[in-house]
Design a protein around this ligand. Structure first.
Ligand code: ZN
Ligand code: ZN
Length: 135
């Protein structure tokens, strides 16, 4: 049993070759849109449909195993669930990177302003990545 199969099993997700492939791709690329995943998975499973990928992704989101990262003006990216973190996004090439920020002060302020109980602290910051800035 490889580590991806083990990951699925400990999260009580039924192991299928397609799901294993999705997890492997996300592990390798960190953040992928549904289209990027579709292109990657199709190489190994030429008959797989976009709907099947959506169905598998959603099943794994429900189990709390995959996270949908919603990005303004861009299609969502998907990633394997990790400790809470923020994202920087390039507005030109769409590259997404993880960043760990201390958001306690912001969360505290937000709670005071809105009277919400803040449970998750994550931000999406966007701009130009070093490559696009240079280009
Ligand atoms: Zn860029
Ligand atoms: Zn991330």
């Amino acid at each position: 049993m490889n580590k991806f199969e083990q990951l699925l099993r400990v999260n009580h997700i039924k192991v299928t070759p397609q799901r294993l492939r999705i997890v492997e791709e996300l592990y390798g690329h960190v953040h992928m849109s549904i289209d990027e995943l579709y292109q990657a998975i199709k190489k190994k499973f030429p008959t797989i449909s976009l709907a099947t990928i959506y169905k598998n992704i959603n099943a794994m989101i429900e189990k709390g195993f995959i996270l949908e990262v919603q990005i303004p003006n861009q299609k969502s990216k998907y990633e394997l669930v990790k400790p809470s973190h923020s994202h920087v996004v390039c507005q030109t090439c769409g590259k997404v990177e993880d960043i760990t920020l201390d958001l306690d002060t912001i969360a505290h302020k937000a709670a005071n302003l809105t009277h919400y109980q803040i449970k998750e602290e994550a931000l999406v910051l966007s701009g130009l990545c070093p490559a696009c800035k240079a280009g």
